[in-house]
Design a protein around this ligand. Structure first.
Ligand SMILES: NC(=O)c1ccc[n+]([C@@H]2O[C@H](COP(=O)([O-])OP(=O)(O)OC[C@H]3O[C@@H](n4cnc5c(N)ncnc54)[C@H](OP(=O)(O)O)[C@@H]3O)[C@@H](O)[C@H]2O)c1
Length: 315
């Protein structure tokens, strides 16, 4: 009799536990393992930290150096096993360990141009002449940039992204969320000239290499969500109206930027809403207005995907 009562009590409490757990989490499936590459970057680190705090996810952050790994480890309070050091331009030397079982990958790596200090000095010296000749006092377009050896857009944004897609295939990952950039329909976009010499030689063409990598992903057969943000800023997320469209239509608007926090929300929403949908889109956000009713990124992305729109790569 006593044994039967104990059994019934145990059954009752385990049933109660299941119901309350379901009520709070929606499901009891194990957390989804997600690889975030460029996890030390300004967008990647927001995504990684948000996923660390979300019990639905078990993120692993890929960073380029031990120094960056320590920084992210300290800031995000993740576990040591959630950090992986690797240079995406060297994935052919061997795939990193600890990534088995991942279901999705968010790619946030990108080549970073370095500014030529000499060009800053030169443009400052030009200011008086520019004022006299009634030109813009500081000519930002006159600044010169360069990429570190082996870290050009071709190496990081094309070959490095292809290597990451190959890594995903090797690991049996089904879905990739790729953060790229708006402006890819125009080969003459200013961003493509960054890193090039005056005669057009040298490293550059970042948007062209990013777009080639996108096309590689689309042809790979993996599920994909490709996001083209406008100019990124470090503003607060969730307070501006996010706008989604395709084929650089948003470039026609006056407001062409979006915060990295809003972009991060779109990336995280893509893990669920974008799964199996294969979509490529652009995003910007409107200026903050107090009375605006802000739609959450998840709802917005859901509605956009239902519209059936996706970027055209013939352009
Ligand atoms: N900035 C903008 O206004 C803008 C506009 C549109 C689109 N985007 C795109 O949006 C994405 C996120 O931008 P963001 O400004 O947040 O990025 P970010 O801060 O520049 O981060 C890029 C990350 O890529 C990592 N990385 C670069 N080369 C690597 C390599 N060989 N191996 C491993 N990791 C490497 C960097 O590592 P380290 O930390 O070690 O350097 C960094 O963490 C990028 O694809 C960017 O091109 C940016």
């Amino acid at each position: 009799m006593w044994v039967t009562e104990c059994f019934l009590l145990c059954f009752y409490f385990s049933f109660l536990d299941s119901v309350t757990s379901l009520a709070f989490t929606g499901d009891r499936s194990p957390p989804k393992k997600v690889i975030v590459t460029g996890a030390a970057g300004r967008t990647g680190s927001i995504i990684f930290s948000s996923l660390v705090q979300d019990s639905h996810y078990d993120p692993v952050g890929l960073v380029r150096t031990e120094r960056k790994a320590k920084k992210i480890f300290k800031n995000s309070h993740c576990g040591l096993d959630q950090m992986c050091v690797c240079d995406v331009t060297k994935l052919d030397e061997g795939f990193p360990k600890g990534l088995d079982g991942a279901e999705a990958m968010i790619i946030c790596t990108s080549a970073k141009p370095k500014i030529s200090k000499l060009s800053i000095v030169y443009q400052i010296l030009c200011i008086p002449l520019n004022i006299v000749t009634r030109k813009k006092s500081f000519n930002f377009r006159g600044l010169r940039f360069w990429y570190a050896s082996g870290q050009s857009p071709e190496k990081v944004d094309y070959e490095g992204q292809i290597a990451q897609i190959q890594l995903a295939i090797e690991l049996g990952i089904s879905h990739i969320v790729l953060v790229s950039s708006m402006g890819g329909t125009d080969p003459n976009n200013f961003l493509n000239s960054i890193g090039k010499n005056k005669d057009g030689t040298g490293d550059g063409d970042i948007l062209i290499w990013k777009r080639k990598a996108e096309q590689y992903l689309i042809a790979s057969g993996l599920e994909y969500t490709i996001i083209h943000p406008g100019l990124l800023n470090d503003g607060i997320g969730g307070i501006s109206e996010i706008m989604l469209d395709i084929d650089d239509e948003l470039m026609k608007n006056e407001e062409r930027s979006i915060s990295r926090s809003d972009l991060a929300m779109l990336c995280i929403a893509s893990l669920t809403i974008g799964k199996g949908k294969n979509v490529s889109f652009d995003c910007t956000a409107s200026e903050y207005k107090e009375e605006t009713d802000i739609k959450h990124a998840t709802l917005l992305l859901d509605g956009f995907i239902l519209s059936g729109k996706t970027c055209t790569y013939q352009i």
